[in-house]
Ligand binder design. Structure first.
Ligand SMILES: [Fe+2]
Length: 276
Protein backbone atom coordinates (compact mmCIF):
# COMPACT_ATOMS: atom_id res chain seq x y z
CA UNK A 1 0.00 0.00 0.00
CA UNK A 2 1.43 3.37 -0.95
CA UNK A 3 0.43 6.97 -0.51
CA UNK A 4 1.89 9.80 -2.55
CA UNK A 5 2.71 12.91 -0.55
CA UNK A 6 4.20 16.11 -1.91
CA UNK A 7 6.14 18.01 0.80
CA UNK A 8 5.63 21.76 0.94
CA UNK A 9 8.31 23.66 -0.93
CA UNK A 10 11.35 24.21 1.27
CA UNK A 11 10.22 21.89 4.03
CA UNK A 12 11.44 18.44 4.96
CA UNK A 13 8.72 16.02 5.94
CA UNK A 14 10.05 13.18 8.04
CA UNK A 15 7.13 11.56 9.85
CA UNK A 16 3.37 11.31 9.61
CA UNK A 17 1.41 9.38 12.24
CA UNK A 18 -2.06 7.93 11.76
CA UNK A 19 -3.75 6.33 14.79
CA UNK A 20 -5.81 3.35 13.66
CA UNK A 21 -6.03 0.52 16.14
CA UNK A 22 -5.29 -0.94 19.53
CA UNK A 23 -2.93 -3.76 20.39
CA UNK A 24 -1.46 -5.52 23.39
CA UNK A 25 1.77 -4.54 25.06
CA UNK A 26 4.34 -7.17 25.92
CA UNK A 27 2.73 -7.61 29.33
CA UNK A 28 -0.73 -8.14 27.89
CA UNK A 29 -2.21 -4.69 28.46
CA UNK A 30 -4.17 -3.04 25.67
CA UNK A 31 -2.68 0.12 24.30
CA UNK A 32 -3.18 2.40 21.37
CA UNK A 33 -0.96 1.63 18.45
CA UNK A 34 -0.16 4.22 15.85
CA UNK A 35 0.64 3.26 12.32
CA UNK A 36 3.69 5.20 11.23
CA UNK A 37 4.38 6.20 7.71
CA UNK A 38 7.86 7.26 6.74
CA UNK A 39 8.56 9.45 3.79
CA UNK A 40 10.62 7.53 1.27
CA UNK A 41 12.05 8.42 -2.07
CA UNK A 42 10.02 10.55 -4.46
CA UNK A 43 7.34 11.16 -1.89
CA UNK A 44 6.31 7.49 -1.62
CA UNK A 45 5.51 6.42 1.91
CA UNK A 46 6.24 3.04 3.41
CA UNK A 47 4.27 1.54 6.25
CA UNK A 48 6.38 0.74 9.29
CA UNK A 49 5.29 -2.25 11.33
CA UNK A 50 2.40 -1.27 13.60
CA UNK A 51 2.51 -4.08 16.16
CA UNK A 52 4.46 -5.16 19.21
CA UNK A 53 7.62 -6.25 17.47
CA UNK A 54 10.04 -7.57 20.11
CA UNK A 55 13.09 -6.45 18.21
CA UNK A 56 16.50 -6.41 19.84
CA UNK A 57 18.93 -3.77 18.62
CA UNK A 58 22.58 -3.03 19.29
CA UNK A 59 23.79 0.51 18.62
CA UNK A 60 27.52 0.69 17.95
CA UNK A 61 29.90 3.46 18.88
CA UNK A 62 29.65 4.64 15.27
CA UNK A 63 25.86 4.91 15.45
CA UNK A 64 25.28 1.80 13.35
CA UNK A 65 22.10 -0.03 14.35
CA UNK A 66 22.41 -3.81 14.30
CA UNK A 67 19.30 -5.95 14.53
CA UNK A 68 20.26 -8.79 16.82
CA UNK A 69 19.26 -12.27 15.69
CA UNK A 70 19.13 -15.49 17.65
CA UNK A 71 22.55 -16.37 16.30
CA UNK A 72 23.95 -13.22 17.90
CA UNK A 73 23.15 -14.48 21.33
CA UNK A 74 25.86 -16.23 23.36
CA UNK A 75 25.83 -19.94 24.04
CA UNK A 76 27.99 -22.60 25.66
CA UNK A 77 27.14 -22.40 29.27
CA UNK A 78 26.00 -18.83 29.56
CA UNK A 79 22.75 -18.72 31.52
CA UNK A 80 21.21 -16.48 28.89
CA UNK A 81 21.69 -19.12 26.19
CA UNK A 82 18.94 -21.39 27.43
CA UNK A 83 15.46 -21.33 25.94
CA UNK A 84 14.14 -20.24 29.30
CA UNK A 85 16.39 -17.20 29.29
CA UNK A 86 15.28 -16.21 25.81
CA UNK A 87 12.02 -14.80 27.01
CA UNK A 88 10.14 -17.91 28.03
CA UNK A 89 8.12 -17.52 31.21
CA UNK A 90 7.93 -20.09 33.94
CA UNK A 91 4.61 -19.20 35.54
CA UNK A 92 5.39 -21.24 38.64
CA UNK A 93 8.58 -19.32 39.32
CA UNK A 94 8.48 -15.73 38.07
CA UNK A 95 11.77 -14.23 37.03
CA UNK A 96 11.96 -11.56 39.67
CA UNK A 97 14.05 -8.39 39.69
CA UNK A 98 16.46 -9.65 42.34
CA UNK A 99 17.20 -12.78 40.27
CA UNK A 100 17.77 -10.58 37.21
CA UNK A 101 20.24 -8.48 39.19
CA UNK A 102 22.09 -11.58 40.35
CA UNK A 103 22.34 -12.91 36.79
CA UNK A 104 23.40 -9.45 35.61
CA UNK A 105 26.30 -9.39 38.06
CA UNK A 106 27.35 -12.89 36.99
CA UNK A 107 27.37 -11.82 33.34
CA UNK A 108 29.45 -8.73 34.08
CA UNK A 109 32.03 -10.90 35.80
CA UNK A 110 31.98 -13.52 33.05
CA UNK A 111 32.15 -11.27 29.98
CA UNK A 112 34.98 -8.78 29.75
CA UNK A 113 33.76 -6.51 26.97
CA UNK A 114 30.70 -4.31 26.70
CA UNK A 115 29.30 -5.91 23.57
CA UNK A 116 29.42 -9.41 25.03
CA UNK A 117 27.76 -8.20 28.19
CA UNK A 118 24.94 -6.57 26.22
CA UNK A 119 24.38 -9.66 24.07
CA UNK A 120 24.15 -11.79 27.20
CA UNK A 121 21.93 -9.35 29.07
CA UNK A 122 19.39 -8.64 26.38
CA UNK A 123 17.60 -12.03 26.69
CA UNK A 124 17.53 -11.61 30.46
CA UNK A 125 15.81 -8.24 30.14
CA UNK A 126 13.27 -9.78 27.79
CA UNK A 127 12.64 -12.59 30.25
CA UNK A 128 12.24 -10.15 33.12
CA UNK A 129 9.74 -8.01 31.24
CA UNK A 130 7.71 -11.03 30.19
CA UNK A 131 7.48 -12.00 33.86
CA UNK A 132 6.95 -8.57 35.41
CA UNK A 133 3.68 -6.86 34.54
CA UNK A 134 4.14 -4.80 37.73
CA UNK A 135 6.71 -2.68 35.90
CA UNK A 136 4.10 -0.89 33.81
CA UNK A 137 1.95 -0.32 36.86
CA UNK A 138 4.95 1.40 38.49
CA UNK A 139 5.51 3.91 35.70
CA UNK A 140 6.64 7.25 37.19
CA UNK A 141 4.49 10.33 36.66
CA UNK A 142 6.45 13.38 35.47
CA UNK A 143 6.29 16.32 37.87
CA UNK A 144 4.13 19.24 36.70
CA UNK A 145 5.90 21.10 33.95
CA UNK A 146 8.48 18.38 33.40
CA UNK A 147 8.73 16.30 30.26
CA UNK A 148 10.00 13.18 31.97
CA UNK A 149 9.90 11.21 35.19
CA UNK A 150 12.28 8.63 36.62
CA UNK A 151 11.74 5.90 39.18
CA UNK A 152 14.90 4.24 40.48
CA UNK A 153 14.45 0.49 40.86
CA UNK A 154 18.05 -0.26 41.85
CA UNK A 155 21.03 1.97 42.60
CA UNK A 156 23.54 0.71 45.14
CA UNK A 157 26.68 2.59 46.20
CA UNK A 158 29.91 0.97 45.00
CA UNK A 159 28.11 -1.29 42.54
CA UNK A 160 27.93 0.48 39.19
CA UNK A 161 24.54 -0.68 37.93
CA UNK A 162 21.47 1.50 37.73
CA UNK A 163 17.97 0.23 36.94
CA UNK A 164 15.20 2.72 36.23
CA UNK A 165 11.70 3.16 34.91
CA UNK A 166 11.48 6.29 32.77
CA UNK A 167 8.41 8.10 31.45
CA UNK A 168 8.47 10.67 28.66
CA UNK A 169 5.55 12.93 27.90
CA UNK A 170 4.22 12.84 24.31
CA UNK A 171 6.29 15.04 22.07
CA UNK A 172 9.19 15.27 24.51
CA UNK A 173 12.68 15.15 23.08
CA UNK A 174 15.98 14.31 24.70
CA UNK A 175 19.30 16.04 24.18
CA UNK A 176 21.76 14.34 21.85
CA UNK A 177 23.94 12.28 24.17
CA UNK A 178 25.95 9.19 24.85
CA UNK A 179 26.00 7.42 28.20
CA UNK A 180 29.70 6.78 28.86
CA UNK A 181 28.79 3.19 29.65
CA UNK A 182 26.59 0.54 28.14
CA UNK A 183 22.85 0.99 28.35
CA UNK A 184 19.73 -1.07 27.75
CA UNK A 185 16.34 0.50 27.08
CA UNK A 186 13.27 -1.72 26.81
CA UNK A 187 10.10 0.05 25.75
CA UNK A 188 7.07 -1.00 27.78
CA UNK A 189 4.48 1.32 26.25
CA UNK A 190 4.26 4.24 23.86
CA UNK A 191 6.41 4.84 20.82
CA UNK A 192 9.64 6.67 20.36
CA UNK A 193 11.92 7.65 17.56
CA UNK A 194 15.58 7.04 18.25
CA UNK A 195 18.02 8.98 16.12
CA UNK A 196 21.63 7.79 16.02
CA UNK A 197 24.66 9.94 15.51
CA UNK A 198 28.37 9.50 15.02
CA UNK A 199 31.37 11.63 15.72
CA UNK A 200 33.15 12.61 12.53
CA UNK A 201 36.47 12.00 14.23
CA UNK A 202 37.13 8.62 15.73
CA UNK A 203 40.23 9.02 17.94
CA UNK A 204 40.97 5.28 17.93
CA UNK A 205 40.75 5.00 14.13
CA UNK A 206 44.08 6.02 12.51
CA UNK A 207 42.31 6.52 9.16
CA UNK A 208 39.85 8.96 10.65
CA UNK A 209 40.64 12.55 9.74
CA UNK A 210 40.24 15.14 12.46
CA UNK A 211 37.43 17.56 11.60
CA UNK A 212 37.51 21.23 12.40
CA UNK A 213 35.63 20.56 15.62
CA UNK A 214 36.53 17.49 17.73
CA UNK A 215 32.93 16.96 18.85
CA UNK A 216 31.37 17.43 15.44
CA UNK A 217 28.66 14.84 14.84
CA UNK A 218 26.32 13.79 12.07
CA UNK A 219 23.09 11.82 12.07
CA UNK A 220 23.40 8.31 10.67
CA UNK A 221 19.90 6.89 11.03
CA UNK A 222 16.57 6.63 12.81
CA UNK A 223 14.72 3.72 14.36
CA UNK A 224 11.13 3.56 15.45
CA UNK A 225 10.98 1.77 18.81
CA UNK A 226 7.73 0.09 19.81
CA UNK A 227 6.57 -1.74 22.95
CA UNK A 228 8.51 -4.98 23.26
CA UNK A 229 11.59 -3.62 21.53
CA UNK A 230 14.89 -3.61 23.40
CA UNK A 231 17.60 -1.25 22.26
CA UNK A 232 21.13 -1.63 23.62
CA UNK A 233 23.91 0.92 23.41
CA UNK A 234 27.67 0.65 23.52
CA UNK A 235 29.28 3.32 25.75
CA UNK A 236 30.07 5.80 22.96
CA UNK A 237 26.85 5.33 20.99
CA UNK A 238 25.25 8.75 20.54
CA UNK A 239 21.50 9.06 20.27
CA UNK A 240 18.52 11.33 20.77
CA UNK A 241 14.95 10.33 21.53
CA UNK A 242 11.57 11.76 20.59
CA UNK A 243 8.38 10.46 22.20
CA UNK A 244 5.82 9.94 19.44
CA UNK A 245 2.07 9.65 19.47
CA UNK A 246 -0.44 10.84 22.05
CA UNK A 247 0.51 8.65 25.00
CA UNK A 248 3.57 8.83 27.27
CA UNK A 249 6.39 6.39 26.70
CA UNK A 250 7.47 4.13 29.54
CA UNK A 251 10.76 2.28 29.41
CA UNK A 252 12.77 -0.05 31.60
CA UNK A 253 16.39 1.11 31.55
CA UNK A 254 19.57 -0.56 32.77
CA UNK A 255 22.91 1.26 32.78
CA UNK A 256 26.30 -0.31 33.36
CA UNK A 257 29.57 1.06 34.72
CA UNK A 258 29.82 4.67 33.59
CA UNK A 259 32.83 6.84 32.80
CA UNK A 260 31.26 10.12 33.82
CA UNK A 261 33.91 12.23 32.11
CA UNK A 262 32.99 10.44 28.86
CA UNK A 263 29.23 10.99 29.20
CA UNK A 264 28.42 13.97 26.98
CA UNK A 265 25.62 16.01 25.51
CA UNK A 266 26.30 17.18 21.97
CA UNK A 267 25.26 20.33 20.16
CA UNK A 268 25.27 19.76 16.39
CA UNK A 269 25.00 23.51 15.72
CA UNK A 270 27.94 24.72 17.81
CA UNK A 271 29.82 21.38 17.66
CA UNK A 272 30.31 21.55 21.42
CA UNK A 273 29.92 18.74 23.90
CA UNK A 274 29.41 19.10 27.65
CA UNK A 275 29.32 16.59 30.49
CA UNK A 276 26.03 15.83 32.14
FE1 LIG B 1 20.03 7.80 26.28
Amino acid sequence: MTLRVIPTEGRTLNWITISLEYSRTITGEWCQVTLLWVLGTEGMMDLVTPTVTNHDYLIGNDGACQVLSASSQPSNGDPSSTAEMNGAVNSEQPYRLYRFLTDLEDIIHKHADDRSQLLALCPLVRRLLASSSWLELSAPQPAPGKAWGVSILYDEPFFPITVQLVTWQPGATSPIHNHGGWGIVALLSGQEKNRFWRRLHNPVDPTSQAPEYPHQIEAVGDRLVLPGDIITFLPDAIHSVEALGDAPTVSFNVYGPTQHDQRLQYNPQTHDAVRF
